[in-house]
Design a protein around this ligand. Structure first.
Ligand code: FAD
Length: 504
């Protein structure tokens, strides 16, 4: 039995990580989770023979010698998790120009392929790839994440600067523009600009794209062979083996506050639980404005929720297909010629995921193939609220239309489809509570990512936040780290030395 009790709201990656570190540091923790299973947006679900994976595309930093590797081991993810090394990032298909571009992990090939489509832009391409080369071999993925902002001092700042010294210039000036803005300024070819925007998100900083390509070139990106299901289940098992407990279908309605101190929680069924500390690893908006009635905010917090852009919510259509896709790239970004229509909004890009890199998503001879696109919260939320039949019909219509489109690439596929599953932004919101269906909290932009968000709320004691809503841009490493941060703060509060690895 631990010394002090902790309630953690949410069994997403951040909540599970917080739970593991709480147990490792002698706290007696309980996680209360709204859904019937753990994982949050790192979600996977079964449909007949098929495992539909609706989360994590790839992870980074899984090789020994990195800070992340050490954390993955502490959380029970490694060495057990099946990982499939990514050799090339995928293929970009532009139906209008007939472009088929492989995003190769070999930088020489990548440069050659990019120059081929935009010879006049060779200097810009060279500049981008110089940055990528400079970032290879430096473990940058967790710089500045070793401690929460409340415990970060000048000395920690120096350590980060020292680690980044060889690549510092790539984090300043025009490298801190969004890739879209940079492309408009330095790249002539509209096609190449489009390619760069599709490498991740058009709003992501140039340095982030460089970092991503450096990880790819270093072979430090991997698909999850067992999908989110295995990844999450390993952390859950680690947490339970450390003596933690999880209560599912336990949706927190209110955080009980006494004399400006978080003292417990009330669930939607009215039951109450008390603890010495409360950590919310759940959706940021509902934590602050619903569970705490918006009483513990300052201007910055309010303004953030009014003005900061969110990750655009996704529509995700998955098909269980009775055929193999052996030689296909698992990751395909397709610019489509004839747009799909979502209400009066044209959708002109689809991201295709083909789960052919592991046998764990479908039985032999069968495959899950999934199309994703950036969607619109209002559209789906209004349909869901106002006309449930229409909402379901729209899901069906889209699934049919996208399948029709896939016929171009895989003639006869429609006849082989055994399962169709459509998830909308409302699905994300219903199962994880994330504000406006955002899949990663705040959008990754140069502005957002430069901000450090405190884990405590003004005026409220014994309460801490974790998860993607305090780590702008979201992501697996950041969410896991944020859980660790919450426990570092508890240890600091209790004058205890934090146990959880020596890496920084
Ligand atoms: C399709 C997709 C692809 C992605 N790809 C990548 C990738 O390739 N690489 C990468 O690094 N990241 C990726 N991400 C992002 C990453 O998965 C997330 O940022 C991360 O999993 C967020 O974890 P979290 O614990 O912070 O939040 P969440 O997953 O949102 O967890 C919050 C938990 O709190 C629970 N909860 C909410 N409200 C309540 C309540 N009132 N009471 C109790 N419980 C509550 C929710 O049910 C949920 O389980 C992807 C995400 C998606 C959806």
């Amino acid at each position: 039995m631990g010394e002090k009790t902790v309630i953690i709201i949410g069994a997403g990656l951040a909540g599970l990580a917080a739970g593991c570190y709480a147990q490792m540091n002698g706290y007696d923790s309980t996680i209360l989770e709204h859904h019937s299973k753990p994982g949050g947006v790192a979600a996977a679900w079964r449909r007949k023979d098929y495992l539909i994976d609706g989360g994590i595309h790839f992870i980074m930093g899984y090789k020994p010698g990195t800070a992340l590797y050490e954390m993955f081991c502490q959380l029970g993810i490694l060495p057990l998790c099946e990982l499939v090394e990514i050799i090339d990032y995928g293929i970009l298909i532009d139906e209008r120009s007939n472009l088929r571009l492989e995003i190769d992990g070999n930088l020489d090939n990548l440069r050659r392929n990019l120059v081929k489509i935009a010879p006049a832009d060779e200097p810009g391409i060279k500049e981008l790839l110089n940055g990528v080369q400079a970032m290879q071999g430096i473990d940058l993925s967790t710089v500045g994440m070793s401690k929460p902002p409340e415990l970060t001092g000048i000395f920690d700042g120096f350590i980060s600067l020292w680690k980044m010294r060889q690549v510092m210039k790539y984090f300043t000036g025009s490298y801190n523009y969004s890739i879209d803005q940079w492309g408009q300024q330095y790249i002539e070819s509209p096609l190449l600009r489009q390619v760069l925007n599709r490498l991740f998100l058009p709003e992501a900083p140039v340095w982030f794209i460089m970092l991503l390509l450096a990880l790819l070139a270093n072979r430090e990106l991997a698909y999850l062979g067992g999908g989110c299901k295995e990844f999450v289940s390993l952390i859950e098992q680690r947490y339970l083996s450390l003596g933690g407990s999880i209560s599912f279908n336990s949706s927190v309605d209110k955080i009980i506050v006494e004399n400006d101190r978080a003292a417990g929680v009330q669930l939607q069924d009215g039951s109450e639980y008390r603890a010495d500390y409360i950590i919310s690893a759940a959706d940021g908006h509902s934590t602050i404005f619903q569970m705490l009635d918006g009483k513990y905010v300052d201007k910055e917090i309010v303004s953030r929720f009014e003005h900061w852009p969110l990750c655009r919510p996704l529509v995700m259509v998955s098909y269980g297909v009775r055929r193999e896709f052996r030689n296909e790239k698992p990751f395909q970004m397709i610019e489509i010629q004839e747009p799909l229509w979502e209400g009066d909004r044209a959708v002109s890009s689809l991201m295709l995921r083909i789960f052919n890199y592991s046998s764990r998503f479908a039985p032999p001879g069968k495959t899950v193939i999934q199309a994703e696109y950036d969607s619109d919260w209002e559209f789906w939320h209004n349909l869901y609220r106002e006309n449930r039949n229409e909402y379901n019909r729209e899901k069906e219509r889209l699934a049919g239309e996208i399948l029709g489109h896939l016929e171009k690439y895989y003639p006869g596929i429609s006849e082989l489809v055994e399962v169709v599953d459509v998830a909308t932004p409302v699905t994300t919101w219903r199962y994880t509570g994330n504000y406006r269906g955002s899949w990663g909290g705040w959008l990754l932009t140069p502005d957002n990512i430069s901000k450090t968000l405190k884990r405590k709320l003004p005026g409220l004691r014994d309460f801490y936040m974790a998860g993607q809503w305090v780590m702008p841009g979201g992501g697996v490493p950041t969410s896991l780290y944020s859980g660790r941060h919450a426990i570092q703060l508890l240890c600091h509060r209790d004058g205890k030395k934090f146990y959880g690895g020596s890496y920084s």
